[in-house]
Design a binder for this molecule. Structure first.
Ligand SMILES: Cc1ncc(C[n+]2csc(CCOP(=O)(O)OP(=O)(O)O)c2C)c(N)n1
Ligand SMILES: [Mg+2]
Length: 112
């Protein structure tokens, strides 16, 4: 959709999406790179649908609303020759650590 908007309007497009929303049409990054469209995609990555914190109560698989934690969608853009940037919110990672539910978050924030 953002590539279509860029072509139709002739203007730069800022697409702000959740990580699940991005999953519906994420391969558009290839289209964006192929046609060198002026599109910036900002993905709010909370590791899943809604909050990414659901637990599977009926099995050992991840809950269907939970994605791979810390996925690097910015590298998808880089894979096709675009510019990918990974940004974190330090304050949120700190809050998770203080709540004691942030082992993954603290690992991520220390490596980014
Ligand atoms: C085309 C379409 N399909 C399904 C939905 C139903 N839907 C509403 S919110 C949502 C998940 C959103 O997850 P994400 O984009 O990761 O945002 P978050 O809630 O995690 O911030 C879905 C699938 C929708 N709104 N539009
Ligand atoms: Mg999400």
């Amino acid at each position: 959709m953002p590539s279509r908007r860029a072509i139709e309007t002739g203007k730069p497009v800022l697409a702000v999406e959740g990580d699940s929303a991005f999953g519906f049409s994420g391969m558009e990054v290839e289209t964006i790179c192929r046609y060198k469209l002026p599109v910036c995609v900002v993905i709010f990555n909370n590791d899943g649908i809604y909050r990414g914190t659901d637990v599977n109560t009926v099995g050992s698989d991840p809950a269907p609303t939970v994605f791979v934690k810390g996925s690097r969608y910015d590298k998808m853009m880089e894979a096709f020759g675009g510019v990918g940037v990974n940004a974190t919110i330090a304050g949120r990672a700190q809050a998770r650590r203080e709540r004691g539910d942030g082992l993954a978050a603290s690992r991520r924030s220390s490596t980014r």
